[in-house]
Write a protein that binds this ligand. Structure first.
Ligand code: SME
Length: 149
């Protein structure tokens, strides 16, 4: 599934649209094409502040448009620079709930010129669906996104 999505992802990011339009389209396509992706969005470092700001996303609106570094899964990834797979969000202490339907989450940092400038965040309504294949694919997606920033 992920292999066949790579080329369309690259193509989507090479249109003449604005960055936000391209990321919006990307979120919508990933949500639609991958059965266990129920919310797909990007958070980016908010200027010089130690906080993340919500960028384009597909799925239910969230109140968490600003997330301080260290808070929740997203805020932890902003500091750790590491992928974070959460098989069961109920087992996490430092977790920010966006919707009661969400059971699991994956966050993969986005590096531009070696700097962690944001992340892709995916929520799933399925328990424990994320594997290393998701992580590798989302690393690929973020590399492609970094190329247009
Ligand atoms: N659950 C995330 C917050 C963002 S929402 O999933 C959109 C977290 O704990 O960082």
């Amino acid at each position: 599934m992920f292999e066949r999505l790579k080329e369309p992802v690259a193509q989507m990011l090479s249109t003449p649209d604005t960055v936000d339009q391209k990321l919006q389209k990307l979120c919508e396509v990933l949500k639609k094409e991958v059965p266990h992706y129920d919310w797909v969005g990007f958070y980016f470092k908010n200027g010089d502040k130690r906080e993340l700001k919500l960028g384009p996303y597909a799925g239910a609106p969230t109140d968490h448009t600003i997330i301080p570094f260290g808070k929740g899964i997203c805020g932890q990834v902003a500091e750790s620079n590491q992928n974070f797979i959460v098989p069961d969000v109920q087992a996490q202490d430092n977790y920010i709930a966006c919707s009661i339907t969400v059971k699991s989450e994956i966050v993969v940092p986005l590096f531009k010129d070696g700097e962690n400038i944001g992340q892709i965040d995916i929520d799933s309504n399925t328990l424990d669906p994320f594997t290393e294949a998701d992580a590798r694919f989302l690393e690929y997606v973020n590399e492609k996104v970094a190329g247009i920033l």
